[in-house]
Write a protein that binds this ligand. Sequence first.
Ligand SMILES: Cc1cc2nc3c(=O)[nH]c(=O)nc-3n(C[C@H](O)[C@H](O)[C@H](O)COP(=O)(O)OP(=O)(O)OC[C@H]3O[C@@H](n4cnc5c(N)ncnc54)[C@H](O)[C@@H]3O)c2cc1C
Length: 465
Amino acid sequence: MLAERGVSVELLEAAPALGGRLGTWPRTLPDGTPVTVEHGYHGFFRQYYTLRAILRRIDPDLAFLHDVGGYPIEGRDPAWEPEDFTDLPRVPLANLAALVWKSPSFRLRDLRKVDAREALEMLRYDPVATFARHDHRTTAELLDALGFSERGRAMLFEVFAHSFFNTEQRYSAAEFLAMCHFYFTGNPEGLGMDAPRDHYATTLWEPLGRLLEKHGATVTTGARATVVVNGPGGWSVGVDGGPTRTARHLVVATDVPGTRGLLGASPGFATTAPRLAAQVDRLPGGEPYVVARLYCRGDVAAHRAAFTGVTRERVLDSVTLFHRLESESAAWARGAAGSVIELHSYACPHDAGLDDLVAAMRTELVALWPEFADVEVLDTDAHRYTNAPGFDPGFHPHRPGVVTDARGLRLAGDWVASDVPSALMERAAVTGVLAANDVLREEGAAPEPIASIAPRGVLAGRTRT
Ligand SMILES: Cc1cc2nc3c(=O)[nH]c(=O)nc-3n(C[C@H](O)[C@H](O)[C@H](O)COP(=O)(O)OP(=O)(O)OC[C@H]3O[C@@H](n4cnc5c(N)ncnc54)[C@H](O)[C@@H]3O)c2cc1C
């Protein structure tokens, strides 16, 4: 966006390739086939207006995305049949009414026990009032107070909280209500999601890299920023193994560990920007998570969905059938009479090793889908990560936004505060555009418009409470 408007841009990326948490890497399977592995399955939701506007620059029709179809939530308890919420009406309030009407998790006798005042908070979302009222509580406390049935809680809310790489015990109730608003009660686009037809290197990062270069930007990978120092000429950025860069404007778009490392190692930063330094010092990280991609001989049952959310298992949170979603995986699976199955654990036990966690996910999948016992795993690409952001209760007033007390330094990323309804990839995109707009403002140029769903819930009232 900045490069498009003629601003001279250099992008420094520490990793060998662009992508961050949507990065990819090559792998050779035991049969000699070279494949591309991704950091993990991502759902591109339809209310991600800012992300989609960026992606339209590489594909105006977004033809590289396709509808994933229904995605059920499943639990091991035989009394809890799988539930799929993707075919609900799109209009806010009608979607909620249909959910309560259709879902077996919400029977009349269960609903009588629900605390209506607490439940209405989902429809009264306001970026100021909701945080004032609920940021001090955990999501677990909110869900206890709501009084939904065990089944309703497990099928809907626990899976949802885990999707943000947090447990209910550590996740701010206000952040959780903001997510309810963004993904459901305030979302006019429905719960359907899209995924790329091919892996992220070909569909996202190579075209985005080419676009940046076309607009004259320099992309330097394998270039970790190590220190940032403010001086009379702007910001100087020390780079591992490379010359120091200087820039009038700086956008720090690193993840939580990267930001802590960079600003913490920058001499004098606490004097230049005492507020931001203190905020970053206390910045919570999210729970550890595991992604394991299994290349298998044999397949699970044909009726299994391409993406399934899993509830109430100790480790396993989701299963993605890549061979039914993505062309490279589909081609390999056809040739090998096999399947490519990705298992995620979004808030995994802290004390277990990677091999044990992968083994536990496989055992849990057999308990859910017994036919998986007959699938032979030929190769596993598994990683445990600690780079997700945390949204701990009480942190909201201290969460830095895009513009900081470090003059000329802006932040962007999924952990950065913004009143624009957004999360995850869309929050990263929104804060990126807001950061670019702040640079454009200083350069005297017009901002890029930002579209979003309604900023407040349908029952939030006309004025702030
Ligand atoms: C398994 C998994 C599944 C997910 N599923 C979804 C989903 O379905 N939908 C959704 O919306 N989101 C999903 N997400 C979240 C999504 O990936 C993130 O919200 C998004 O990628 C955040 O983007 P970001 O730019 O803020 O951070 P990142 O993607 O983490 O990018 C930060 C970049 O900074 C670089 N960096 C760090 N330190 C330095 C330094 N000192 N110098 C230079 N570079 C540095 C890193 O290498 C990295 O490339 C998922 C995430 C994971 C891990």
